[in-house]
Design a protein. Structure first.
Length: 92
């Protein structure tokens, strides 16, 4: 995460080929830093994965101007919550 943020700080402006950080497990990298807000914390899939010692499905995606993900379906046909902390996102 730190290396990505350092590299991102060196870039300036819009670049359609810019990379983004994908599938970062922030809750593993920084335990206790994040918890789902009340009402969104009843997560049957991750509760099952945690109980069985399986990989989880809590991801952080982070990118600068011009980054994007291709059209896709979320893992196991589940749903994701997205939030923009800064800037704007164009949903296609």
């Amino acid at each position: 995460l730190g290396a990505f943020l350092d590299a991102e700080a060196d870039l300036d402006g819009f670049d359609e080929a810019r990379a983004y950080l994908k599938d970062c497990h922030l809750h593993r990298a920084a335990p206790g830093w994040y918890a789902a807000p009340p009402g969104l914390d009843d997560d049957f899939l991750n509760r099952h994965c945690d109980a069985c010692g399986l990989d989880d499905f809590r991801f952080l995606y982070l990118g600068g101007a011009g980054t994007r993900t291709p059209v896709h379906a979320d893992v196991l046909a589940s749903h994701s919550w997205s939030a923009n902390v800064c800037g704007e996102k164009r949903w296609w």
